[in-house]
Design a protein. Structure first.
Length: 580
């Protein structure tokens, strides 16, 4: 039976990705690099074209596209300086990457000295058709030191028909000897609004049905890279078809929805641990990358801090303009100090997640810690309240953190109660008529409330001094006390319920306790120890001997101002007594 010959079925036309199809064709289409396009255009029009160029910058910023545009401008057959026609054989072949006189070399795979020697041999030959022979070396930082050395002489004095265009994403790896022989052009990350505008025009030209919110999400995820943005748009269209839904963009690009970040921030501000744990469970059930979520939350806190600083430009924040009202509302829930603490803790948490075995547990505990951080009071507020206590002024009691805007509410050890009253003043809180008549009055509960208030103040003051003491062995001794209180210029340590060992340790470390108390209160204080020998208020004070000249010199040398002075003016010093 005769065999029937069949012609092979024609291959379908190969699809060209958007990043290649919409590559800039001339300097007017180059997005986000006006300083580069303007300088090259002026050089071409004036005829002052260098023999070697170096394009450096992040990926997707247009380095290779600019190199091809420059090559077309130099070899265009119509000869219009700076304006390649895009239609002559040279322009068409350079755009397609198959021009004989424009050689594109990948330095990552041709990085040795043998390849550079072969390039030096090719440099000697005249162009086959065009005016110049152009060598585009991409990722030039991958060349070996020997290859760089072999390229030096040719790069400095090439034949008149040769132009070198080097491109790299790691400028710091280029030897100084190469840099000195090239004109350097630094490419920048493309602004968010320019990427969004370019994506909108491409989507309209291609007939994609996609919302502005989805395009904003793609532009935000690109990180300033036009190629990354076009590749992401290509991927989303391949997944959804010509009609793109917003949720498809979030799912495919592994983005965190702004609503999820808003829920997280509000739960942190309100110290809502249950909501935070439920949110993490939802992320795990949805298959989200928890480390990616942490990175997105860091960027979100950064946006809130920038808004708090007074900047609300969408291009500067790198967020869609539609989210600005919501971000401003969230920023109002925190103080600048809160946001700085949250950012610092999140950065540490993101680093821990890289090496964590149980990432979910780390994230849950980290978010719960953030909820506590948002409730801390600033050290300046605490010192101001303590100074008012020392002066005997009233301090307003803490209000519970009903909303995250009250981010200054402290945890129990850090709470600032109303001023403590001496024990002898407790009776003064009861009206004299009620005390004399023995009849209960509505204010009869005041002594008990005042005593509880005094105890809280004593515990709070002791906690602050314990945290300020720079001696680990002394911390458990102070923590065993009932509290501490201020009476005029004296700090009284309540040690009635302690043993002789604890009181002896306190007496031996009075100087360290006094320094810590001075840092907390903001003034020099005397230390009194209350308790011992069966007495309820037996205060004992260590008598200090007269300070010697050596002691004065030692104390002076510890002063930061004196230390700074001695660093600039070293020399002998001595203590002198003021006779006046």
């Amino acid at each position: 039976m005769p065999q029937v010959s069949r012609d092979p079925a024609p291959l379908p036309m190969q699809y060209q990705v958007l990043a290649r199809k919409w590559r800039p064709r001339d300097f007017s289409e180059l997005v986000g690099q006006p300083h580069v396009s303007r300088t090259l255009l002026n050089s071409l029009k004036s005829g002052r074209v260098a023999h070697a160029f170096l394009f450096s910058g992040p990926r997707g910023s247009g380095k290779t596209s600019t190199a091809r545009i420059l090559a077309k401008a130099l070899n265009c057959h119509r000869g219009r300086p700076g304006e390649p026609c895009g239609e002559c054989p040279a322009c068409v072949e350079i755009a397609a990457g198959n021009c004989m006189d424009v050689l594109e070399i990948d330095a990552a795979s041709n990085r040795g000295i043998d390849e550079i020697r072969e390039l030096r041999e090719n440099v000697r030959y005249q162009p086959a058709r065009d005016r110049r022979k152009i060598f585009i070396i991409d990722e030039v930082h991958m060349l070996t030191p020997e290859a760089f050395n072999a390229l030096l002489k040719t790069l400095e004095e090439p034949p008149p028909h040769v132009v070198f265009i080097l491109a790299t994403t790691e400028f710091h790896k280029i030897p100084a000897t190469i840099l000195s022989r090239c004109q350097h052009y630094a490419f920048r990350l493309i602004p968010y609004d320019l990427i969004l505008e370019r994506l909108s025009s491409i989507a309209q030209a291609e007939g994609f049905a996609i919302s502005r919110f989805a395009l904003e999400q793609i532009a935000f995820a690109s990180g300033g890279s036009m190629r990354d943005a076009m590749s992401a748009l290509d991927q989303v269209v391949a997944f959804s078809g010509s009609s793109v839904r917003d949720e498809d963009v979030t799912l495919l690009l592994n983005l965190v929805e702004p609503a999820v970040l808003a829920r997280t921030v509000r739960a942190i501000a309100g110290n809502d641990g249950e909501s935070l744990l439920r949110l993490v469970a939802e992320l795990v059930d949805a298959g989200q990358d928890l480390q990616n979520f942490c990175r997105r939350l860091i960027a979100h806190i950064r946006s809130l801090m920038i808004i708090k600083a007074g900047v609300s430009s969408p291009s500067f924040l790198g967020v869609p303009e539609t989210l600005l009202p919501e971000l401003k509302e969230q920023a109002g829930l925190f103080s600048p100090e809160d946001l700085l603490r949250l950012f610092d803790s999140l950065v540490r948490l993101e680093g821990d997640l890289k090496h964590a075995v149980h990432t979910r547990f780390h994230l849950e505990m980290g978010l719960l810690e953030l909820a506590q951080i948002a409730r801390l009071r600033s050290l300046e507020d605490l010192i101001a309240d303590f100074q008012r206590l020392v002066r005997g002024e009233a301090v307003a009691p803490e209000r519970p953190a009903a909303s995250a805007a009250a981010s200054t509410t402290a945890a129990a050890p850090r709470a600032m109660p109303a001023p403590a009253r001496p024990a002898g003043d407790a009776a003064a809180a009861v009206p004299r008529s009620a005390a004399d008549a023995g009849e209960p009055e509505p204010e009869a509960e005041a002594p008990a409330a005042a005593e509880e208030e005094r105890r809280q103040a004593a515990r709070s003051l002791l906690a602050q001094i314990t945290a300020a003491v720079q001696k680990e062995s002394l911390e458990p001794i102070l923590q065993s006390l009932a509290g501490a209180r201020m009476e005029r210029d004296a700090l009284i340590l309540e040690a009635e319920e302690t043993n002789e060992f604890v009181r002896r340790q306190l007496r031996d470390n009075l100087d360290a306790i006094a320094r810590a108390a001075a840092r907390v209160v903001g003034a020099e204080v005397r230390i009194l120890i209350e308790g011992g020998d069966g007495k309820n208020r037996a205060a004992e004070e260590r008598t200090r001997p007269p300070e010697t000249a050596d002691g004065i010199m030692e104390r002076a040398r510890r002063d930061p101002v004196v230390q700074a002075f001695l660093e600039h003016f070293p020399g002998p010093t001595k203590a002198e007594k003021d006779e006046t």
